[in-house]
Design a protein around this ligand. Structure first.
Ligand code: SF4
Length: 412
C-alpha cells in the first residue's frame, strides 16, 4: 500500500507526514489493519527496538477537583464513586512508588488533582521526590500537578523532577466542549513553562470523547509542534457519574489506528498507551506494543488496570523486553539536540494532566493516567458513520480500591 510505504519511509527519516496522510491512517479498513500495525512497528523498532518502558502512577491527591473536565472522574460534580483523599505524606507516596519500581517501572508519575499547585504544594512534592530518590537514585520522576504558575517548574526541576506531564487532550477547536474552567492556551502555557525550565515535556491526548478524525490529527500535530518527549495516548474510560459516561465509541481496531497515526507523526518520541488500555484494546493489547514503546504498569489514578504480573507476561509473550533503569528511552539524537530534558536520554518525561484514568499518569481521569477523565460530547458523525460505536461496557470499568490512599497493597 503506497500510503504505508510512504509513512514508513518518512518515519524512518523522522520526517513529518502530511495531515492528509495522518487522516488516511485513521480511515484505513479492518482488512488493512495488520499492514498498518506492521508499518508503524517498523518505525517503532527503528527508534526504540523491542523495549517497553514501564511507568507507575502514584495518585498523591484524589478527587474533589474544582475544574470541570468532562472526561474526569475527579471533576467538579463527579458522582463517580472513586477514592477521595488529600495529599499523601512523602513516605506514603515513596512506599507506593517502591512497589511500582519493584515491579519493573523506571518512571514514577506523581499526580495530584486540582487546577494547579500552590507554592506549599510544590514544597510537598519536593519532599516526596526527595523521599523517592533517596531510596532509588536512578528513578525518573514526572510530576503532574495541573497548571503551573511562574517559577514553579523551575522549583520542581531544582527538587529533582525529571519531567512534567500536562496533556493537551484534544484539539484547540473542541477544547471548550470538554472543559470550561480553563483553556487550551492555559495547557499549552504550562507545557511551555515545563519545557523552558528544563523538564522533559510529557503531553498527550484522550481519544474517544466524540472528537472527529480531524480533531485527533490536530492535537497530535500540536503535540509534535510543542516538543513533547512523551505522548500518552489515553482512551476515554467512561466513568459512571461523569458527563461522558455513555461515550463508548472506541473499538480495539480504532485504538490501534489512532496509536499508529500518533507513531507516524511522532516517530522518535515515546508513545505511551495510557488509560483505557485494558478497557478498549482488550485482547488486542499486545498489538499495541508493536506501535507504542511505553505503558503504565498496574493501576491508574482512579481505576484499576490488569495485574502488574499480567502486564509483564504480556510483554514477554509478545517478544518485547522491559526497558532497564540504566537504558535511555529516547534516541540519542533527541538528547543531543537538547530535547528531552532528562527522560529518554537519561532523565524523565511524562504526559499531561489527564489521567485519572484517562491517561498517563497525570490529570487524566477518564482514561488512565496523566490526562483526563470521561462525558457529554456527541459522538462524531465520522465515528457513527464508520459503525465503530461500541456497546456500553461499563462492566469493564473498575474503580481503584487498592494502593495509594488505602490500606491495601498496590497493584504492581
Ligand atoms: S483532569 Fe485534572 S484538572 Fe481536570 S477535573 Fe480531572 S483532576 Fe481536575
Amino acid at each position: 500500500m503506497d500510503l504505508l510505504d510512504t509513512l514508513t519511509a518518512k518515519g524512518l527519516r523522522r520526517e513529518t507526514p502530511t495531515r492528509e496522510e495522518a487522516l488516511a491512517v485513521l480511515a484505513t479498513t479492518d482488512d488493512e489493519l495488520m499492514d498498518v500495525v506492521a508499518a508503524a512497528g517498523r518505525v517503532r523498532r527503528q527508534w526504540f527496538g523491542r523495549r517497553v518502558k514501564l511507568n507507575y502512577l502514584v495518585n498523591l491527591k484524589s478527587g474533589l477537583c474544582p475544574e470541570d473536565c468532562n472526561y474526569c472522574s475527579q471533576r467538579l460534580g463527579s458522582k463517580a464513586e472513586i477514592l477521595k483523599y488529600t495529599w499523601l505524606k512523602p513516605e506514603q507516596a515513596a512506599e507506593a512508588a517502591a512497589a511500582g519500581l519493584a515491579g519493573g517501572a523506571k518512571r514514577v508519575c506523581l499526580v495530584a488533582s486540582g487546577r494547579g499547585p500552590t507554592d506549599r504544594d510544590i514544597d510537598r512534592v519536593a519532599d516526596t521526590i526527595a523521599a523517592i530518590k533517596d531510596a532509588n537514585e536512578a528513578v525518573e520522576v514526572c510530576a503532574c500537578l495541573g497548571l503551573l504558575s511562574d517559577n514553579q517548574a523551575e522549583r520542581l526541576k531544582a527538587a529533582g523532577a525529571d519531567a512534567y506531564n500536562h496533556n493537551l487532550n484534544t484539539s484547540e477547536a473542541t477544547y471548550g466542549d470538554i472543559t470550561t474552567t480553563h483553556t487550551y492556551a492555559d495547557r499549552v502555557d504550562t507545557v511551555t513553562k515545563a519545557h523552558g525550565a528544563g523538564l522533559s515535556a510529557c503531553s498527550g491526548l484522550i481519544a474517544g470523547m466524540g472528537e472527529s478524525d480531524e480533531d485527533l490529527v490536530d492535537v497530535v500535530f500540536a503535540l509534535r509542534e510543542i516538543g513533547s518527549d512523551s505522548v500518552p495516548v489515553n482512551f476515554l474510560i467512561p466513568f459512571e457519574g461523569t458527563p461522558l459516561a455513555k461515550e463508548w465509541n472506541l473499538t480495539p481496531q480504532r485504538c490501534l489506528r489512532i496509536l499508529a497515526m500518533v507513531r507516524f507523526v511522532n516517530p522518535d518520541v515515546e508513545v505511551r498507551i495510557a488509560g483505557g488500555r485494558e478497557v478498549h484494546l482488550r485482547s488486542m493489547q499486545p498489538l499495541g506494543l508493536h506501535i507504542a514503546n511505553s505503558i503504565f504498569l498496574g493501576d491508574y489514578l482512579t481505576s484499576e488496570g490488569q495485574a502488574g504480573q499480567t502486564d509483564l507476561d504480556m510483554i514477554a509473550d509478545a517478544g518485547f523486553e522491559v526497558e532497564g533503569a540504566g537504558e535511555p528511552t529516547l534516541p540519542r539524537h533527541r538528547s543531543e539536540a537538547g530535547l528531552g530534558g532528562g527522560c529518554g536520554s537519561s532523565g524523565g518525561g511524562c504526559g499531561s494532566h489527564a489521567d485519572s484514568d484517562a491517561g498517563d499518569g497525570a490529570h487524566a481521569c477518564g482514561t488512565g493516567g496523566c490526562g483526563p477523565c470521561g462525558s457529554a460530547v456527541p459522538v462524531s458523525a465520522s465515528a457513527s458513520a464508520s459503525g465503530e460505536n461500541d456497546e456500553l461496557r461499563s462492566d469493564l470499568v473498575r474503580v481503584r480500591r487498592r494502593g495509594a490512599g488505602t490500606e491495601l497493597a498496590p497493584n504492581a
